[in-house]
Design a protein around this ligand. Structure first.
Ligand code: SIN
Length: 288
């Protein structure tokens, strides 16, 4: 079996075939995947079959895993695995639906001081229609900004928060079926990150804000800061920066959170069920 990497004709993304992922993959396979990730930012690795324990062990080859602060939707035996599922069991979704994860463009865990450097989603069940995930390239979004906006945001920091009750752009979905206050009362300190981030490996600059987590610009009053954020949020989701993935069962998608944002596109047509397992690797404190 030999591994083939085929770039997509989009602003980001590549498909990998001919490899069987496992915790015991050779070091040269791991190195090739890391290098492809830095080049293409999103890797769609087809035809995998990792049980939750194997997904954890494989993900750990790329770094320490992060366990989400809320205990909801975590795999009971493997807490680093977040279950995303719209299947209703006893009147409630068995996993995080897009009311909890993915409904607004974001990069994973930027509300933390050390956001995740990369995440993996493994498709266990897929719906016939709907349920795509989209990624956008934030190197390209930064590069395409007008010079005056680049000058304005270079050196500025933005505030990132987890609590949807304090973020009117994200808000609470009508499909939120847990106790909202219990879910968001978990105290997570707000984080402050550069709006233009230098990638820890490539050194390239990316636009590092998102409507899900970024709520204000440090030291800039809202009268000036909010319209600027609105402009950046519109800009970063332009079609030319996006790759949209239609899931096949067995796909494992690995992406770089430092230089991309992503979105659960939604639209799963009942009775379709989509179940994905997510693992996220810890990253570093972002710098500009
Ligand atoms: C996520 O934001 O990690 C989930 C994306 C999705 O459900 O498509």
């Amino acid at each position: 079996m030999s591994m083939t990497i085929s770039p997509y004709p989009n602003a980001l993304g590549a498909e990998i075939t001919g490899v069987r992922l496992s915790s015991s993959c050779d070091e040269d396979i791991i190195a090739a995947i890391k290098s492809a990730l830095h080049e293409h930012l999103v890797l769609v690795i087809r035809d995998q079959n990792l049980d939750p324990g194997e997904q954890v062990a494989f993900s750990e080859r790329f770094g320490e895993l992060v366990v989400r602060v809320s205990g909801e939707f975590l795999h009971p035996d493997y807490p680093p695995v977040l279950i995303l599922s719209n299947r209703i069991v006893d009147g409630k979704a068995e996993g995080a639906t897009d009311a909890y994860a993915g409904s607004h463009w974001h990069s994973d865990l930027t509300y933390a001081e050390k956001p995740s450097f990369g995440s993996m989603l493994h498709a266990i069940e897929v719906a016939e229609e709907g349920g795509d995930t989209a990624w956008a390239n934030m190197y390209a979004a930064y590069d395409a900004l007008p010079g005056d906006i680049k000058n304005r945001i270079d050196g500025l920091n933005a505030i990132h928060i987890r609590d949807r009750r304090r973020n009117p752009r994200a808000g609470i979905s009508e499909n939120f079926d847990r106790d909202v206050n219990e879910y968001y009362d978990i105290k997570v300190p707000d984080s402050v990150h550069p709006m233009v981030r230098r990638h820890p490996i490539t050194g390239l600059k990316s636009l590092y804000v998102s409507p899900r987590f970024t709520v204000a610009i440090e030291g800039v009053d809202d009268a000036e800061g909010q319209p600027l954020l609105d402009e950046l949020f519109e800009h970063q989701k332009k079609p030319e920066f996006i790759f949209q993935h239609k899931w096949r069962r067995g796909d494992l998608v690995f992406w770089d959170n430092s230089a991309t944002i992503h979105l659960a596109v939604g639209g799963i047509k009942p009775p379709g069920v989509r179940r994905l397992h997510r693992t996220s690797m810890a990253g570093e404190v972002p710098y500009g």
